[in-house]
Design a binder for this molecule. Structure first.
Ligand code: AMP
Ligand code: MG
Length: 477
C-alpha cells in the first residue's frame, strides 16, 4: 500500500536528533495490533507487513528514522544526556482528522543516546504499555497510544531471561519538558525558539507565533493541559510511577507506561515503583510533581521571555503560580462529578474530603467504592459510610438535579473496571510463558468499555488488596 511518512522532526537537523537505523530483526512476528488506531491512521497492512514495518525491518517511503535528543530531571536530579536510547522516531503521518501523529518504535536497538543500555525492550513491558495505554484511552484520559507490539523472537536478559519486543507508540508529539531542558542547558536559544514554534503550531495553533506574548500564552496553555491530565489520573486512580521531566509532554498526554500501576485501596501515599524509595511519585503527590516539572519548563522559557532575567522571572512566575488554583478548581469539579453533582461547591468539597478520609481509614477500594455509590444501591455501599451517605444524599436532594442526571454523571465518571495490577500481571505471564494473546485480548475487550457492564466485566472487577500491598513495578523496559 501507498504510505508516505513526513520527516518534520528529522528535518529540524542534527541538533534535535541523531540519524539512527532500527536494528535488523531476522524474523519479526506481530503479537498485538490495534486495528481501530490503524484504521484512523489509514494503515491497511497484512500481518507480515505489520511485523516488518513496525520492527523497522522495512521502512515506509519518506521515513528518516532518528533518535530524539533530550535531557531530564530524574527523581529531581538533572541529567543533561538522555535522549532516545532504545527508540526510533520513524516519522509523522496524518490521521483521518488531519492531525499529525508521530510513529515511534521502542526497543528497536541501540542509538547514539544508548549510553550503557542495550536498546532493547522485553516482551512483558511492551505488552503492558499496550494494555495500559488502551485502558487509559478508553477511560477518557489523554494519552499516547500503542499501535503494535512485535515479538523479535530474540533472547533478552533482564531480572531473568525473557524475549524481546518492539512497541510502536503513536503520539501527537514527543515534545517533552526534557527536550526544552536539553537546549536551555546548552544555551541554544535559537533551537529553543524553534521548539516553541513547533509546539505552538502543533498543539496550540490558536496562539500567534509572531506575537511577543507567545511564550507566556504557550506556557499558560501547557499548564492548563497538565492540570487536566493530572486530574484525570486522579479520577481513575492512575499512578504514573516515573514522572521525570523527560516523561512529561507539552501536549498534556500520558507518556511512558514503564512502572505505572493502578490504585486499589485508597491511600494518597500509594507507590509501586521499585525505584521510588521516597515516594516522590506517590499517588497523592502527582499534582505537586507536575507543578515541579512545570517550574523546570518555566526556567527554560526565561531566556526567551526577556534579556533581563529578573524581568523574565517576574513575568512568568504568576503564570506558574496559577497552577495551584487551576488544579484545585479542576480537581474539585472532577470529585463533585464523581459524587453526582454537576458542579463543585463548599458542600461537595467537604463531602469529597470526608469520603477520601473514610476510604483511607477503612482501607476501601477506590474504584469499587465509587462504583457502589454510582449504583445508588444502599446494599452495595460499605456500612462504614452510612453516616457519610446520609449527608451525601441530603446534599444531592438540596441540588435540583434529577435522579437520571445524577446517575448519568456518576456512571460517566466512575469506571466499572480498571486494569487492576493482579489481572495485568496474570495476562502478561501468559503472553510471556505461552506466547498466547488469548487472555490479554479478552482483558482488553473489557477494558475498552470501562463504563459499560459487559458479560465479562465482572471477572475483572475483583480486588486483591494483599497482592497490591506487595506489588512492585519496574522500569526495565
Ligand atoms: P525511561 O525510564 O523509559 O524514561 O528512560 C530513561 C532514559 O533511559 C531514556 O533516555 C531511555 O532512552 C534510556 N533507556 C532506558 N532503557 C534503555 C535501554 N534498554 N537501552 C538504552 N537506553 C535505555
Ligand atoms: Mg521515558
Amino acid at each position: 500500500m501507498n504510505i508516505k511518512l513526513h520527516s518534520y522532526y528529522a528535518d529540524l537537523g542534527k541538533n534535535f536528533s541523531a540519524s539512527a537505523k532500527p536494528e535488523r530483526i531476522e524474523n519479526p512476528q506481530i503479537l498485538m495490533w490495534n486495528q481501530s488506531l490503524a484504521t484512523e491512521l489509514g494503515l491497511n497492512l497484512t500481518p507480515t507487513e505489520q511485523a516488518q514495518y513496525f520492527s523497522g525491518k522495512k521502512l515506509f517511503a519518506g521515513s528518516k528514522p532518528v533518535a530524539m535528543a533530550y535531557s531530564g530531571h530524574q527523581f529531581g536530579h538533572f541529567n543533561p544526556h538522555l535522549g532516545d536510547g532504545r527508540a526510533h522516531l520513524l516519522g509523522e503521518i496524518r490521521n483521518s482528522d488531519g492531525q499529525i501523529q508521530e510513529l515511534h518504535l521502542k526497543g528497536s536497538g541501540a542509538t547514539p543516546f544508548s549510553r550503557n543500555g542495550d536498546g532493547k525492550c522485553a516482551i512483558k513491558p511492551a505488552v503492558r504499555e499496550f494494555i495500559m495505554s488502551e485502558a487509559m484511552f478508553a477511560l477518557g484520559v489523554p494519552t499516547t497510544r500503542t499501535l503494535a507490539v512485535v515479538a523479535t523472537g530474540e533472547p533478552l536478559y533482564r531480572q531473568q531471561e525473557t524475549t524481546g519486543a518492539i512497541v510502536t507508540r503513536v503520539a501527537t508529539s514527543h515534545l517533552r519538558v526534557g527536550t526544552f531542558e536539553y537546549f536551555a542547558a546548552r544555551g541554544m536559544y535559537e533551537e529553543l525558539e524553534q521548539l516553541v514554534n513547533l509546539t505552538t503550531s502543533r498543539h496550540y495553533p490558536e496562539i500567534d507565533i509572531n506575537s511577543p506574548n507567545k511564550y507566556l500564552e504557550l506556557y499558560s496553555q501547557v499548564i492548563g493541559k497538565t492540570v487536566q491530565l493530572i486530574v484525570q489520573w486522579m479520577r481513575v486512580g492512575f499512578i504514573h510511577g516515573v514522572m521525570n521531566t523527560d516523561n512529561t509532554l507539552l501536549s498534556g498526554e500520558t507518556i511512558d507506561y514503564g512502572p505505572c500501576a493502578m490504585l486499589g485501596v485508597y491511600h494518597p501515599s500509594a507507590v509501586y515503583s521499585s525505584i521510588d524509595k521516597n515516594g516522590r511519585y506517590a499517588f497523592g503527590n502527582q499534582p505537586n510533581i507536575a507543578h515541579w516539572n512545570l517550574a523546570r519548563l518555566a526556567e527554560c522559557f526565561i531566556p526567551l521571555i526577556d534579556k533581563d532575567e529578573k524581568t523574565a522571572i517576574d513575568t512568568i512566575m504568576p503564570v506558574l503560580k496559577s497552577y495551584a488554583d487551576k488544579y484545585e478548581t479542576a480537581f474539585n469539579h472532577m470529585m463533585a462529578n464523581k459524587l453526582g453533582f454537576n458542579k463543585s461547591s463548599n458542600a461537595t468539597v467537604k463531602l469529597s474530603n470526608d469520603l477520601l478520609s473514610l476510604m483511607q481509614q477503612n482501607k476501601l477500594d477506590y474504584t469499587q467504592t465509587f462504583h457502589s455509590l454510582s449504583s445508588l444501591n444502599e446494599q452495595m455501599i460499605p456500612d462504614v459510610l452510612n453516616q457519610w451517605r446520609d449527608d451525601w444524599k441530603s446534599e444531592l436532594k438540596e441540588n435540583s438535579q434529577s435522579h437520571e442526571e445524577i446517575t448519568k454523571i456518576m456512571q460517566r465518571n466512575n469506571p466499572l473496571v480498571i486494569p487492576r495490577n493482579h489481572h495485568v500481571e496474570t495476562v502478561l505471564k501468559d503472553v510471556e510463558e505461552n506466547q498466547s494473546t488469548e487472555k490479554v485480548n479478552e482483558f482488553l475487550s473489557v477494558l475498552r468499555s470501562p463504563y459499560e457492564m459487559t458479560t465479562k466485566t465482572h471477572k475483572y472487577q475483583d480486588t486483591a488488596p494483599e497482592y497490591d500491598f506487595s506489588y512492585q513495578t519496574f522500569c526495565g523496559t
